[in-house]
Design a protein. Structure first.
Length: 86
């Protein structure tokens, strides 16, 4: 019985660093994606710094183009969207 408990403990101890390493790689990948997404936002803001509706629409287009180029998920647009007519 002690051998089974010891062997089980050893297997768990050997598996934990591998699982932690896998989670760390995923976390690092997500952090790189967030950093690249922030760079896209900063570049779009620098290209179109005004807060007019036209500038916001152009900024949204530049941001979406950058995110698509880097294979990142889209963000919600900043430009005011037309309200649906009722």
């Amino acid at each position: 019985m002690d051998r089974v408990v010891g062997l089980t403990g050893l297997l768990i101890a050997l598996a934990l660093p591998i699982a932690a390493f896998a989670m760390t790689l995923n976390g690092q990948s997500e952090m790189r994606n967030w950093a690249m997404s922030d760079k896209c936002v900063a570049a779009a803001q620098k290209q179109f710094p005004d807060y007019t509706a036209d500038s916001l629409a152009k900024r949204d287009a530049a941001l979406q183009q950058c995110l698509t180029a880097h294979n990142l998920p889209p963000r919600a647009p900043l430009a005011p969207q037309p309200s649906p007519q009722q």
